[in-house]
Design a protein around this ligand. Structure first.
Ligand code: A8S
Length: 207
């Protein structure tokens, strides 16, 4: 798992760019979370700042395809054109790059990786919320890789990004803005995946 982090979260960062990473623990199995995260053609399922998404080149889930997303009103953005750069079904990694659109986050690129974890069912509250972390320059990430057999199946999501600092803004301001969006996305992902996991766990089985 540390290998996947090293492979996918090692970004080249220019002098007028900033980078950060957000970590989210989810009390749902990795397969449940991956089923939501891998859908490059349906980011609005859990990214609630997105109003719509249209695939404009490719089949929607293969490297090289393009999507155009429209953003909800109230943000300093209108739309964004994004290219799928990484889709690794084995390592549970997905990454995209912003190639156009009307917004201020030029050359934004991000990678999201999922890691199996476990949580004790007596501390379900702690496993779901929080877990946000922020690092300035790709320092060590704190992914918990407990033995997946020691409790309920959970997932740790690691999402890192690099982006140009918009003119008139500082690196710090840019990171605060983007971290907020990414943290909201991962918290909503967590809620949705945990709801799905709960409903499939409580499905009555006939003896
Ligand atoms: C993502 C991450 C981000 C998306 C940003 C940071 C964006 O879609 C929004 C506002 C902007 O100002 C830029 O994983 C942009 O989607 C919500 C349009 C790119």
């Amino acid at each position: 798992e540390m290998d996947t982090v090293a492979t996918y979260h090692n970004h080249e960062v220019g002098s007028n760019q900033c980078c950060s990473v957000v970590v989210q623990r989810i009390a749902a199995p990795i397969e449940t979370v991956w089923a939501l995260v891998r859908r490059f053609d349906q980011p609005q399922t859990y990214k609630h700042f997105l109003r719509s998404c249209r695939v404009i080149a490719g089949d929607g889930c293969e490297v090289g395809c393009l999507r155009e997303v429209h953003v909800v009103s109230g943000l300093p953005a209108y739309c964004s054109t994004e290219r799928l750069e990484v889709l690794d079904e084995q390592k549970h990694a997905i990454g995209f790059r912003v190639v156009g659109g009307e917004h201020r986050l030029h050359n934004y690129r991000s990678v999201t990786t999922l890691h199996p974890s476990s949580y004790s069912s007596s501390t379900t509250d702690g496993a779901g919320g929080g877990g946000g972390g922020r690092e300035d320059n790709g320092g060590e990430t704190t992914t918990t890789t407990d033995s997946p057999t020691s409790g309920c199946k959970g997932t740790v999501v690691v999402e890192s990004y690099v982006v140009d600092v918009p003119s008139g803004n500082t690196k710090e301001e840019t990171c605060v803005f983007v971290d907020t969006i990414v943290r909201c996305n991962l918290q909503s992902l967590s809620k949705i995946a945990e709801r799905i996991a709960r409903s499939s766990c409580t499905t009555p089985t006939t003896p």
